[in-house]
Design a binder for this molecule. Sequence first.
Ligand SMILES: Nc1ncnc2c1ncn2[C@@H]1O[C@H](COP(=O)(O)OP(=O)(O)OP(=O)(O)O)[C@@H](O)[C@H]1O
Length: 256
Amino acid sequence: MLQVQKISKMFGGLKAVDQVSFDIKKGSIKALIGPNGAGKTTMFNIISGNFAPTEGQVIFEDRAITGRKPHQIAHYGIIRTFQGVKMFDSNGFTVLDNLLVGYDKRFQAGMLRSSIRSMISRKEEQEALEEAHRVSGQIGLSDWLHAPASELPCGYQRLLELARALMAKPRMLLLDEPAAGLNDSETKRLVGVLREIRQMGITILLVEHHMGLVMEVSDDIVVMNNGKKIAEGSPEDINRNRDVIQAYMGEEDISA
Ligand SMILES: Nc1ncnc2c1ncn2[C@@H]1O[C@H](COP(=O)(O)OP(=O)(O)OP(=O)(O)O)[C@@H](O)[C@H]1O
């Protein structure tokens, strides 16, 4: 579904991503892992159009999307979440308000800055409402629909980010650290939700430091270190790969 072909990205003299290639199969969950500073977020930003690569190609469903703007890439069906981005939680904005915003692909690409009411037209409102009820049911947020987003526990805020991304009817989801800040039971729930999203036929690429979640949910894993791809394979392959173990030496997060 997605092919990353020999992507490199320079920041001044620093090669943040160095000739990295990998594919993502339709309907699969792929994890992109690696120690801090490996180049994962940079790679994400290139796929979502937030950065143009210095060299290489990104192909989505046989279409070259390299260097396209984020809103164009969202329009093609690739929707991303951002690490630590907050909900609209001021002015009493509810969970439902946040979902309605997510209905608009332009919002997903970070383009909209106006008030929620002006984001979608009246004729779209009914469809958006129906979609919000459907998605919140799937994700387990129905009970919170009319609660102020500011009152959501951390685990549900992560689910709201996911639900908001689903509102744009993605074909591929790019998830940046979806388990950040979650406790064990919230992480377990997230594993279930990610599997359900895969069941819906949506392909997922996730950057994640929580190794337990990565190993449990991924069909395959690509590992980066110092900008380079150092390994790719099934969770079992990655678990016993010497280069991967070496790269993580001294890292706190690989405790699992
Ligand atoms: N906009 C930028 N300008 C200059 N250097 C950058 C920029 N973004 C990232 N870098 C550098 O590129 C390298 C890769 O960073 P990146 O954020 O992609 O790594 P990462 O694997 O996502 O790390 P983490 O797990 O800590 O989020 C790092 O050395 C970082 O300092």
